[in-house]
Ligand binder design. Structure first.
Ligand code: URA
Length: 434
């Protein structure tokens, strides 16, 4: 077999076989097939998108390029959640302990923030001592002992995807639904779970902004997951404004704990309960979504979810006092109010601009090697649809550096739109695909 013949076939829109796709992926992972040939193949895929069958072959080849977890010794169903990323999205910190407080194990392999989106690992690391760099053995041990653990992506999980994604990023070949599906699902299938709940974001702050495209991606991922024998449900959810009221790593830990105490903002609570409800359904603890939601609410009310969060923090070496008081979390030195420029209703809080403004403050990174400032961020006092008066505080900015504050405020100025008409209500959860 020769890579050039496979590229030619794809370029001409012909169907590839499993052997051909596997040859390419294996050869690329072992450096026998060079970047320029894989780049050509990816561009051919962009113009002639792989069929469902080809995407299955691709997912399989990428999945088997690395290690697959075997959690068969853990007696409970294993269920995870994956979000395609957004701003203020801290649901993992809330739903993992809710679900793990029942007889369901939650192995979560999470990512770091990049660009305008936040990352679960950065949020967890704002808790002093919290270690996300676990070995497989430590991860498995935690799951056996406390039903939940969170760690970062390692080079052993779907290494073909790490290489291919890096190449797609610089060859303008990211936005191809079958390639995205294979990329995300190869990593998620490697976790060895029985079920997966996907939160596919659409809207201004999402990586796929168009609702229909987000639905298409959700459908592909659900179908691929099922073809691998997994139970998969996807929620297509709105990311036109930040989720919850806090953006920034330690601030988001605070808000997650607030939700676990039953004192969180409504939108974040609503999405968290739906996601955990579906996870409990896939984990066979609940027989229906309403029951899953009820059980999730119960875990919050009886304190079991918060207790599980505390145990998780302690097990990961973190300061468990965070559950009782936020004093151990890093705090920014200064704060500044950001005020409404006129009277009216908030039409928009562009999530992407908000995410970029947070990144400029120090919450995020431009390259994966940048370090983040855990203490900075925003608290939103108003959300879309709220009536405001000129001069009223829209948000409080927590910062450490005047120059970063100025850059961040310039972005915030473009994030808000205020006008006289009340905006139409947009549901947070727009569609469920199962
Ligand atoms: N996230 C991924 O992991 N892969 C993609 O292709 C796009 C987003």
């Amino acid at each position: 077999m020769r890579a050039v013949d496979i590229i030619y076939k794809k370029r001409e829109g012909q169907a590839l076989t499993q052997e051909e796709i596997s040859f390419l992926v294996k050869g690329f992972t072992s450096n026998e097939i060079p970047d320029y040939q894989m780049s050509a193949f990816l561009m051919a895929c962009f113009f002639n998108p792989p069929s469902f069958k080809e995407a299955t072959y691709l997912t399989k080849s990428m999945l088997y390029s690395g290690k697959i977890f075997d959690f068969s010794t853990i007696p409970f169903p294993k269920v995870d959640k994956h979000s395609t990323g957004g701003v203020g999205d801290k649901t993992s910190l809330i739903i993992a302990p809710i679900v793990a407080s029942y007889d369901v194990a939650v192995p979560m392999i999470s990512g770091r923030g990049l660009g305008h989106t936040g990352g679960t690992l950065d949020k967890l690391e704002s808790i002093p001592g919290f270690n996300v760099n676990l070995t497989f053995q430590e991860f498995e041990e935690n799951l056996k002992n406390i039903n939940v653990s969170m760690m970062g992506q390692t080079q052993e999980i779907a290494p073909a995807d790490a290489k291919m994604y890096a190449l797609r990023d610089v060859t303008a070949t990211v936005e191809c639904i079958p390639l995205i599906t294979a990329s995300i699902m190869s990593k998620k299938l490697a976790e060895g779970t029985d079920g997966l709940v996907l939160d596919v974001k659409f809207g201004d702050g999402a990586f796929i902004q168009d609702f229909k495209k987000a639905c298409e991606l959700a459908q592909w991922m659900v179908k691929i997951g099922k073809s691998f024998g997994k139970k998969v449900i996807a929620l297509v959810t709105n990311m036109d404004q930040p989720l919850g009221n806090k953006v920034g790593n330690s601030l988001e830990v605070e808000e997650s704990i607030d939700v676990l105490k039953g004192q969180g903002p409504k939108d974040l609570e609503e999405l968290s309960l739906k996601l955990s409800g579906y996870m409990l359904l896939l984990g066979k603890v609940a027989k229906s979504l309403p029951e899953g939601i009820k059980l999730s609410q119960k875990a919050i009310e009886n304190g079991k979810a918060l207790a599980k969060f505390k145990t998780m923090v302690k097990t990961h070496g973190g300061d468990e006092s965070v559950v009782d008081s936020f004093t151990c979390l890093p705090k920014a030195a200064y704060k500044q109010e950001f005020l409404a420029s006129k009277n009216g209703f908030i039409q928009k809080i562009q999530a992407k601009d908000m995410g970029l403004a947070a990144a400029l403050l120090g919450c995020g990174r431009n390259t994966i090697t940048d370090t983040v400032d855990s203490s900075v961020g925003f608290t939103l006092h108003q959300k879309v649809g709220d009536k405001v008066q000129k001069g009223e505080t829209l948000l409080t900015i927590y910062y450490n550096d005047e120059k970063k504050l100025a850059a961040s405020m310039a972005k915030l100025n473009t994030a808000y739109a205020i006008s006289q008409k009340r905006p139409r209500f947009q549901p947070l959860i727009r569609k469920v695909i199962s």
